[in-house]
Write a protein that binds this ligand. Structure first.
Ligand code: PRT
Ligand code: MG
Length: 233
């Protein structure tokens, strides 16, 4: 499929969002930009939600599918965590970003950090110093691989799809790479942050072909969202 995918000029603008944190935190920005979503994804079973504008609709996809939708033009633009965006880009061999996606805005929402965490009784600095092989469980295999390779630390990466915190508790791995916001999940599971990898926030991503073909409708929406971010800061 070409990058232009589904984006013909008469079709409505399509914004890809994921349910939960991203949807909930994008909503106030949309509001400030004069856009409202007319159905609640938590109660509706629909995957395409109308907005107060006939030429704009929201599609609900898994957080990790947002870059894919936007890359192939299944959506013209979307909101995605930097964690998901970088992992997606790295999987495509593009360090630092995903595959030609235009990234005009750091929305400064859904903020957290990506960290290495381990059991409180695991001496991570010593293991690193001694050059031991550390087993690391994570959903972010590409980013974790890059991080440890840059430091010259030997790791065996174990791919998980969720509940990373369980891995060190069950002996599956000595440490994890995961997102931390308040720190209460780590604390509740007797884990401690041993290394900060990067700060994370949600980004607006745009299909480059859409930006050309639908510029007249898309550009003002991007600008309004930029203004909304500025106000919310
Ligand atoms: O849940 P699903 O598998 O469908 O997808 P997802 O987990 O990717 O989506 P979602 O909605 O959970 O997260 C969407 C985006 O929100 C992520 O890609 C991040 O960019 C961002 N974000 C911000 C977070 C957090 N903060 C966060 N705290 N995503 C996840 N968490 C989790 C973290 O993984 C850990 O399990 O919350 C737990 C830690 O929180 P604290 O507050 O206890 O530290
Ligand atoms: Mg989740």
């Amino acid at each position: 499929m070409s990058a232009a995918g589904g984006n013909n000029m008469t079709a409505p603008l399509t914004l890809a969002l994921s349910k939960g944190r991203i949807f909930d935190e994008t909503l106030p920005l949309l509001q400030r930009a004069g856009l409202s979503v007319l159905e609640d994804p938590e109660t509706s079973r629909r995957l395409i939600l109308p907005t107060n504008r006939a030429d704009l609709q929201v599609v609900l996809v898994r957080a990790s599918d947002v870059p894919t939708y936007v890359q192939y033009g299944g959506a013209d633009f979307g909101v995605v965590g930097l964690d998901v965006l970088l992992e997606h880009g790295a999987a495509w061999g593009h360090a630092g970003g995903a595959t030609g996606l235009y990234q005009p805005l750091d929305l400064q929402i859904a903020r957290c950090r990506m960290s290495v965490a381990a059991r409180a009784d695991f001496d991570y600095p010593a293991a690193v110093r001694q050059g031991s092989r550390i087993r690391v469980a994570t959903k972010y295999v590409q980013l974790a691989r890059q991080h440890f390779a840059d430091k010259g630390v030997h790791v065996d990466l174990i791919k998980l799809y969720g509940s990373m915190e369980l891995a060190p508790l069950t002996g599956l791995a000595e440490s994890i790479v995961d997102l931390v916001s308040t720190g209460s999940t780590l604390k509740a599971n007797n884990l401690v942050e041993v290394e900060h990898i990067m700060d994370i926030s949600a980004r607006l991503i745009v299909n480059p072909a859409s930006l050309k073909l639908k510029r007249e409708v898309l550009r003002p929406v991007i600008d309004a969202l930029a203004g909304a971010c500025e106000e919310q800061r």
